[in-house]
Design a protein around this ligand. Sequence first.
Ligand code: CTP
Length: 406
Amino acid sequence: MEKPLLTGKRVLLIIAGGVAAFKSLDLIRRLREQGAAVRCVLTEGGAAFVTPLSVSALSEDKVYTSLFSLTDEAEMGHIQLSRDADLLLVVPATADIMAKMAAGLATDLATTALLATDKPVMVVPAMNVRMWEHAATQANVATLELRGVLRVGPVEGDMACGEYGFGRMVDVPDIVAAVSAHFKGDSNPLKGRRAMVTSGPTYEAIDPVRYIANRSSGKQGHAIAAALAGLGAQTTLISGPTKLPDLAGVTTVHIESARDMLVACEAALPSDIAICAAAVSDWRMASEAVQKLKKHGGEPPDLTLTENPDILKHLSGPGPRRPQLVVGFAAETENVVANARAKIDRKKCDWILANDVSPDSGVFGGDANTIHFINADQAEAWPKMSKTDVAARLAARIAAHLNGKP
Ligand code: CTP
């Protein structure tokens, strides 16, 4: 008989205070059925939804609840508790516990264990749709992702509070599948691959103090670099000036102009994957003024422009160094799919993620994106989702494509 998938794996299950906490009871049972040893930490909020007794009965172990219980500390200190596991699993991951994780707070046993651990952490969010969509929660989720915290869900659906939307916890079998995939190494499907991502705006100098730029925040490109690195790709991020911090586990090359970006991209070759998410300035000054342009009370200066190199088109061109997969973005205000298709033909890239950047879309600088995924034979409308979710979905699709899965 085949061994269950999780034989010998130790999971520290942190049950936080949300309505979905009751599902953690079934989860304990299912994880144990697969061979995992499940030890549970129940937060004060969690204990309002499930009793320590039922958690203990199902896990057949002691339930850890309080940070300052001397007997607990004598038997198993909180540091050891957090390191004795192969995976820390937070179910349900409430907005509150993720905010504490993002801020590095250690106010109870659960958050202390999460801060003290050196093991992988997986969160399974569940909350009201407004709480999930709140900028604070989205920022916290992005922070956790950048730190390598794994996440499953949430999904769209009916909520306990009567509302409908994103925030519903994934079902227990999906959590077990994600935990199994993690232990099988499926969480590193891009290991051994090289990826490069362009991000942010470019600055094109007019004179030593002035420049032409655009409103790109770099959020989408940076999130893609983080997602690819999170799946194990050796990732280089070539970024124009943004307010974003450098990403852990990603080599970042800072550039200003389109021409510098092209040079940095060339230097990052060979690469299996190239994603052009930068909002490259289409034009630059035909000749940049060496000295600051002065008013002199006469006519305004003649700002003659010339076209910048098209980096996406350059990387997509045939040759031995062409990346196996080149992905571009199309910023469109109308006829999104048709224009994106035309862009694939023109630039010879493999995939385009087309997004609606009409003034009321809120894409520039915002945290959400509405994407149409387009390749030679399909166009797929993705639901409106956060830029980190777009990045995760794209990275997963790239991994499936390169590993020969449909
Ligand atoms: N791009 C690039 N280098 C340029 C211009 C654009 O690499 N000099 C890339 C962008 O990173 C993006 C894609 O090309 O992946 C599409 O850019 P977009 O501005 O939408 O299209 P354009 O080519 O400028 O065409 P148009 O303005 O006509 O839509």
